[in-house]
Every structure is written in C-alpha cells, then in structure tokens.
Design a protein around this ligand. Structure first.
Ligand SMILES: [Zn+2]
Length: 449
C-alpha cells in the first residue's frame, strides 16, 4: 500500500472507511483464489531466454512419462535397433535421452479380428511375441533401460539414471475368452489394458466401429468384459478406456474399483472426434480419480479443412485404383485385392499428393489446448500425456520423444507451475497406478479371509 493510499484511508471517517476495507479484503481474497484456481493461469511474462531457462529446469526435474508408443515385431533387435541414432522411429532411446522423456509405455497391440477361437489364438500369439519384444529392451540395452512392474519401480529406475519401459496392452482382444490370460499378461508386465480398439471386441463396444458394423454390440461392456475389468482390478492392471465407446467407458468407470485411465485420447470439445472424451465423461473420470492422457495424433487434435485441390486429387486416386469410399470391409478387401506393386504405387502417389497439397499444420500449441481444456473442466490432477507415437503423430513440435521439452515449454508459457507440470508429466499417472496396486492388495487380502 502506498503512503498516498494510506493518507486517503486516514482522511475518511471510520464508518466511511469500513466498506472500502471490506472491498479491499474481498479483492485480496479473490486475488488469492484466482492464483489457486486451475482456470485462471496467466501467460508467463519475461524474455524468451528466461522462460526457456525456467522450462529447462522444470523439465529436468520432472519425471516425464508418455503412456503410449507402438512397437514392431523387430523392435529392439538388429533390424530395428532402438539404440541407434539413425533409427527413424518417433521413440528411440537416443530420442528419449535428447528430449528428456524418462519413461514410455510400449504397447502390445493387436487389431480386432473376428470373434472365433482360432482368430483369438492368432491374436494371443501376436501378443506373446510383442511381450517378448519389449523384454528385449533390458536384455539388449541393459545399461540404458529397464522395465518397471510397479509405480515405485518407475521412480527407482529413473533415479538410477536409466530410461524406464512400461508395458500396456492395446486391445483386450488377445485375451480371447480365457480369463486366466489376464493374469498371464500381468505376469509378463502388463500394467494397463486398453479394453478394445477400432472395432467392437468380445469385451466392449468401440467408439469407432467399422462402417459395416452395428453402432453398438452390448451398449457398454459384455458380460465377459465385466469379468475382465474385475480381474484387472484384482491384479492391479489399470483399466484403459481409450478407444472404448462412451457407454463402455461409463460402464467401466462404474464397475472399476480403481480409477481408470484414457491412455491416449483428446478432449472432444476441442476437436470433435469419437476417439476423444466429452466433458460429461471427463467429469466421470475425475469423480473416480482417473486421468486422461492427451494423444498426439494430428487427426484427433484438430479438425482440419482440406483444400479442394487435395480432396479432388485423393478422390481421383481412389477412383483410379477402383477403391470404394470409407473404411469398411469393402475398402480393406479392395486394397488387399491390389497387387503388391499396385499398392506400392498407390502409396507413392498418396505421398506425392501429401507433398503437393499438404494438410493444414497441427502444432504442439493445438495439443496443449487439449490439456488446457481438461484442466479447465476437471483440474490439473486428471490430465497427462499419451502420444501414440509410432502409431500416429503429425503434430509439429511434438512429433517424437526428442520433442518432449516443447510441451513443458508451452505449459510454462501458459503459466503452469512446476507442480502442475510434474503432475501432467507423470505424477497423476503414478497416482492412479499406485491406487490400482492398492485396490489389488485390498481385493487379494479379502479373498484370503
Ligand atoms: Zn490407439
């Protein structure tokens, strides 16, 4: 308070001063609230260098986790050496080091197939193989990375100076109809299972069924899906609702005794897409203590209007190869019916169109808009980062593990504090993981009595 203000107050009759004092108190109180409020962050002031230096310190101190990266059958072998600086993958060990990305969930991914025993068997073998692939990391790069089986492992391995690998199963389809496989996947290191993928499976409805599928099969979870979620709770595997339909998500939330995650999804209000989470679902995830890990697949981050030239060129190409519209079984069959050379030529021509008529850019700022929205609606305790790298991408400024710092920088610019950023980059996810572990201990202890 300046002396001028003081003289002003002293000159007033005490009764006149009272309302002023009340107003001043109220103003100061509201000021205090707004600095605590999650909705009132102010853009950081200061020079570009000052802001970068601040962000750099925060980024180094934070434990940074990404909850979704895809792998290949050759991943972490000589054919796909993730220790090589030459490797073009979005997530490699040198790129994690360069970007300061400390921990990554590698996805044991299987696409949805038909619901027959033999198809489940094939998917199960594929999943077994991909588990072995992730386990090659600590074998082939023992001085650089280790696998975490608990939330405490993540912290311990990080402290030892190594990178951290965690395992998520994208799509419960390879469980087939054999509930004992949930435990088998747990024993191999799975700490989340994404209930389904781009089609309905035996567990629940998908948010993006194929054009030739019914919109919903169960209106949420199947009876087997209910058992799967309960078994995941019993073991301490996080329930992942990314890719699940809204009804399936809400059903899983109601059923699950532990908080759930969306390992790689955006906010539907920011970019309308069935793969993203709407505000009502966000509220439900918050009410159950869960977390939404914001995806970095350009398609889900921003709705883009393609130029008429691009649309026309792609349409002409589709017709040239006799491919039907949409992504139903017809489109897949038509693509499979092409010869290998035709497919190669088709891809080449698509790449030419992409170069000539590029899509509008999607940037790290667009991605952070999703974080902002989720923070505004449900608070900073319920948001994280799940890129979907090597299965997607296309976001300028966050297009590989080596870009991780850009997210911290953008968050700092928008006024997020170090505490906020640590939560977003990993603490929220670790909190949910620990809660899943606690619930599992509780269920298992009750079973013994
Ligand atoms: Zn996915």
């Amino acid at each position: 308070m300046s002396s001028l203000d003081f003289r002003f107050l002293r000159s007033l009759h005490v009764l006149q001063a009272l309302p002023v004092l009340i107003l001043v108190t109220l103003f100061l109180f509201l000021q205090g609230c707004s600095s605590l409020s999650t909705t009132q962050r102010q853009p950081r002031t200061g020079s570009e260098e000052e802001i970068r230096a601040l962000a750099k310190g925060i980024h180094e101190r934070a434990l940074t986790m990404d909850t979704h990266a895809d792998i290949s059958a050759n991943f972490a072998s000589e054919k796909d050496d993730v220790g090589s600086p030459e490797n073009k993958r979005q997530v490699t060990l040198p790129k994690m080091r360069k970007g300061g990305l400390d921990a990554e969930f590698f996805a044991v991914f299987t696409p949805v197939g038909v619901r027959t025993d033999s198809a489940y068997e094939n998917a199960y073998r594929n999943a077994q193989n991909l588990f072995d692939v992730v386990h090659r990391l600590p074998t082939n790069y023992s001085d650089q990375i280790d696998i975490a089986y608990t939330a405490d492992d993540v912290v311990r391995i990080h402290k030892s100076g190594k990178l951290v690998a965690c395992i998520g199963v994208e799509n419960g389809y390879p469980i087939g109809t054999d509930l004992s496989r949930v435990k088998e996947f747990y024993d191999k290191g799975a700490r989340y299972i994404t209930l389904t993928h781009s089609d309905h499976n035996q567990i629940c409805d998908s948010s993006t069924p194929r054009d030739d599928e019914a919109k919903e099969l169960y209106g949420g979870l199947s009876p087997f899906g209910v058992q799967v979620v309960q078994e995941m709770n019993r073991l301490g595997i996080m329930v992942d609702v990314s890719h699940a339909s809204k009804k399936a998500t809400l059903a899983a939330l109601t059923l699950s005794k532990a908080p759930v995650i969306a390992s790689h999804s955006g906010a539907d209000v920011v970019s309308k897409n069935p793969r993203n989470v709407d505000d009502e679902t966000l509220q439900a995830i918050k009410a159950h203590g869960g977390v939404v890990q914001v995806v970095s697949l350009a398609e889900y981050i921003k709705t883009r209007q393609d130029s008429p030239e691009r649309v026309a060129a792609l349409e002409a190409l589709r017709k040239e190869y006799g491919l039907p519209e949409g992504r139903g079984a017809g489109a897949r069959q038509a693509m499979q019916a092409l010869t290998q050379e035709q497919r190669a030529k088709y891809r080449e021509k698509t790449a030419e169109i992409n170069a000539k008529f590029p899509r509008p850019q999607v940037t790290v700022q667009d991605m952070v808009d999703h974080i902002d929205h989720i923070v505004k609606v449900i608070g900073v305790d319920h948001v994280g980062i799940g890129s979907d790298f090597d299965g997607g991408g296309g976001v300028t400024g966050w297009n590989g593990a080596d870009d991780a710092f850009n997210i911290t920088l953008e968050l700092v610019k928008r006024g997020y504090t170090e505490d906020d950023i640590r939560k977003i980059w990993g603490e929220n996810l670790l909190r949910v993981w620990r809660e899943a572990e606690r619930v599992a201990r509780e269920i298992q202890a009750a079973e013994k009595h």
